[in-house]
Design a protein around this ligand. Structure first.
Ligand code: HEM
Length: 166
């Protein structure tokens, strides 16, 4: 009886060993998955990701960077406390900790030093730390009149690699 159990254990060990080495071979020869490409979002395109439809990802832009905040559904989903922030660039609201519809805009005109510092803190320590970047708002690259936004520097963007097409 004990011998039978030892044999079963040995067989199981051999089987696991074979499976593991097959898995290792598989991993070694498979090319690394490419990073998901980033996208450019117009306002109507971003508005499609406001958490209203079940199963649709939820996107929120801060400082023109579009984050996938689907994993924070309890904050941003339909009926959740910060749902008003999503589907748009809510930079001003995040800087001022305000959900007032007038503040749910990319516009940072007239913010105080303290609000700008708070914005950078939340941008770096909440959004960049917690959520994947899926793209940029078109406004970050072009001004409203179609002229280039001279403040936009691709090389400063997170995830940017000089070999990637932007
Ligand atoms: C009475 C008022 C508020 C209370 C008690 C409150 C409370 C909280 C708490 C406890 C968290 C952390 C949750 C966690 O990490 O598990 C949080 C996160 C957050 N709060 Fe508030 N909050 C308030 C108002 C606001 C307002 C007005 C805004 C407007 C923008 C705001 C924006 C945020 C954001 C952006 C996060 C980060 C969510 C994330 O991790 O994705 N909060 N809040």
């Amino acid at each position: 009886m004990a011998g039978g159990r030892r044999l079963a254990a040995a067989l199981l060990g051999a089987l696991l060993g074979a499976l593991l080495s097959a898995a290792q071979r598989e991993l070694r020869f498979r090319p690394a998955p490419a990073e998901a490409p980033v996208r450019l979002f117009t306002e109507p395109e971003l508005a499609r990701y406001a958490g209203q439809q079940e199963g649709q990802p939820i996107y929120l832009a801060v400082k023109g960077v579009v984050f996938d905040v689907t994993s924070g559904k309890e904050f941003y989903g339909k009926g959740a406390p910060y749902n008003a922030l999503v589907g748009k660039d809510s930079t001003r609201g995040v800087a001022k900790m305000s959900l007032d519809p007038a503040d749910l805009t990319h516009d940072i005109t007239g913010l105080t030093e303290e609000e700008l510092k708070s914005l950078d803190d939340i941008f770096n320590n909440v959004y960049k730390a917690k959520y994947p970047i899926v793209g940029y708002t078109s406004r970050r690259i072009l001004n409203e009149d179609g002229s280039p936004n001279l403040d936009f520097k691709p090389e400063d963007q997170p995830h940017f690699s000089i070999k990637d097409e932007f």
